[in-house]
Design a protein around this ligand. Structure first.
Ligand code: ADP
Length: 401
C-alpha cells in the first residue's frame, strides 16, 4: 500500500494569435521545485510550486510538448495500471486554457489519452511475451447539468437524452456505474474508434442541447485486467479514470438567463463540490497528521498510519462526495485506492490573470491531498484462469495418449 499526494502539474499554453497585443502574466521557472510566477492585476508577484510545470516558451523547447507531458505524467499511470493500481488523471482550468489539448489532443498532436492507449497496447505485447494476458475495456461518460450520459451507448440520441446513468457505491467494488457500456478492446485502433464515436456523440448532443462540450465533464475509463498464464494464480485489476473537466471560469462570465444559467449553476455546483471535497480532504488529513505528531510526543501511543494518511473509511461520509455526480464518480480517485494526478491548464495572457490565479490556488489545495493506492489482486479470476489452463493441459495429455 502506498500513501502519496496527488501529483500536480501546471501547463501554460502558448499565447494565442488573438492575444498578440496582450502582455504575459505567467511564467514557469525551472528551479529544483517547479515554480509558476504570476503577476496579479494589482501588480503583486505571486509564486506557486508544484510537482511539474510545462511551458514551451521560457524553458528549452521540448518542455511543453505533448511527448514531454505524457512522459512525465501519463506513462507511469500506464505502468501502475499494469501493476494493478487504479489511477486517475484530471485536467482542470478555464475554457481555452488547454485541457482538451492535454487530455485528448488535436490533429497530429495526440494528448495523454491516445498516447496512454498506444502505450497500453504496446505493453500488452510485452506482457504476452512474459506469458500473461492483458484484457482492456473502454468506457466513456459525460456529466452535463448533473446528468450522467454514456458516450459509447449506440442508441439514438433522442432515447439517450432520457436514459441517463446512475452512480452507485458497491461494498466490494467501490464506485460503479451499473449499465455502463464497457467495450472489450483487442487493439489500440479499436479504442481509437470508440473515442472517435464518443467524441462525435458528445459534440452532436451538445449541439442538440445548445451546449458546448467545454460545459460538460468527460470521463474516459480504461479497465485493465492482467491474467496470469504461468505459476502465479492471482489476476491484477486496475481502472484508469482520465478526466477532462468543464471550464472552471466563474459564474459572472455566464449569461444569467435560461438554460445557460442552469448550466452555469450545474457546472459551478460540481466544480464547487470538487473544491469543497478537496478542502475537506486536505483539512482532515492535516488534522490526522497533527494527531499523530501529538501522539509521537506523548510516547507509546505513537503507533499509527503514515503521516497525514488519507481519510479513514469511517470518516469518508463526512466528506461531501455525494454533493455532485462528479465528486461521487471521482470519490475513489480523490480519497481512496488510486494513484492520482492533476494537470491545471492556464493561459499566460494578462487578461486571464484572475482565472489563472484561481486555478493555481485550486491546484495548490489539490497538492495537499493524499490517496492510498494498493494493488487490486483478484484471486478468484486468477484461480479460475489457472484451473482452466490446467484442464487444457490435461486434456491435451489425454488426447496425446
Ligand atoms: P480547453 O479544453 O481548456 O477549453 P483547448 O485544449 O481546447 O482548451 O485549447 C484551446 C486552444 O488552444 C486549442 O486550439 C488548442 O489547440 C490550443 N492549445 C492549448 N494548449 C496548447 C498547447 N500547450 N500548445 C499548443 N496549443 C495549445
Amino acid at each position: 500500500m502506498s500513501v502519496e499526494n496527488i501529483h500536480v502539474a501546471i501547463r501554460i499554453r502558448p499565447m494565442s494569435e488573438s492575444e498578440d497585443q496582450v502582455s504575459r502574466c505567467a511564467v514557469c521557472v525551472p528551479t529544483a521545485q517547479p515554480t509558476v510566477v504570476v503577476q496579479a492585476s494589482d501588480g503583486q508577484i505571486k509564486s506557486f510550486t508544484y510537482d511539474h510545470c510545462f511551458s514551451s516558451l521560457e524553458v528549452s523547447n521540448d518542455q511543453g510538448t505533448q511527448e514531454k507531458v505524457y512522459s512525465e505524467i501519463g506513462a507511469d499511470l500506464v505502468t501502475s495500471a499494469l501493476e494493478g493500481y487504479n489511477c486517475c488523471l484530471f485536467a482542470y482550468g478555464q475554457t481555452g486554457a488547454g485541457k482538451s489539448h492535454t487530455m485528448m489532443g488535436y490533429g497530429d498532436q495526440p494528448g495523454v489519452i491516445p498516447r496512454a492507449v498506444e502505450d497500453l497496447f504496446e505493453q500488452k505485447a510485452r506482457v504476452a511475451r512474459d506469458g500473461d494476458e492483458l484484457r482492456v475495456w473502454a468506457s466513456f461518460v459525460e456529466i452535463y447539468n448533473e446528468t450522467l450520459r454514456d458516450l459509447l451507448e449506440p442508441s439514438s440520441l433522442v432515447k439517450d437524452q432520457q436514459s441517463t446513468l446512475r452512480i452507485m457505491d458497491h461494498p466490494a467494488l467501490g464506485v460503479i456505474i451499473p449499465g455502463l457500456v464497457e467495450a472489450a478492446c483487442q487493439t489500440a485502433l479499436e479504442v481509437r474508434k470508440l473515442i472517435k464515436f464518443g467524441l462525435k456523440k458528445r459534440v452532436t448532443s451538445a449541439t442538440i442541447m445548445n451546449n458546448t462540450s467545454s460545459r460538460s465533464h468527460a470521463v474516459f475509463i480504461l479497465k485493465v485486467q492482467r491474467l496470469p498464464r504461468g505459476e502465479r494464480s492471482e489476476a491484477l485489476n486496475a481502472r484508469m479514470n482520465l478526466v477532462d473537466l468543464a471550464g472552471s471560469e466563474r459564474h459572472k462570465h455566464m449569461d444569467s438567463q435560461g438554460a445557460t444559467f442552469k448550466e452555469g449553476c450545474a457546472i459551478n455546483q460540481s466544480l464547487s463540490a470538487l473544491a469543497l471535497v478537496i478542502k475537506e480532504l486536505g483539512e482532515q488529513q492535516a488534522r490526522s497528521f497533527n494527531r499523530q505528531r501529538t501522539r509521537t510526543f506523548s510516547g507509546p501511543l505513537s503507533l499509527g498510519p503514515a503521516n497525514g494518511s488519507p481519510v479513514p473509511e469511517s470518516n469518508k461520509e463526512a466528506v461531501p462526495f455525494r454533493a455532485s455526480k462528479l465528486t461521487f464518480l471521482l470519490r475513489d480517485s480523490l480519497a481512496g485506492n488510486s494513484r492520482s494526478r492533476m494537470v491545471a491548464a492556464i493561459s499566460p495572457a494578462a487578461i486571464n490573470v484572475d482565472e489563472t490565479i484561481s486555478t493555481l490556488r485550486f491546484a495548490s489545495s489539490v497538492k495537499q491531498v493524499k490517496t492510498n493506492a494498493s494493488v487490486n489482486v483478484d484471486q478468484k479470476t486468477g484461480v479460475v484462469q489457472h484451473l482452466q489452463a490446467e484442464v487444457r493441459r490435461l486434456k491435451a495429455l489425454l488426447a496425446a495418449r
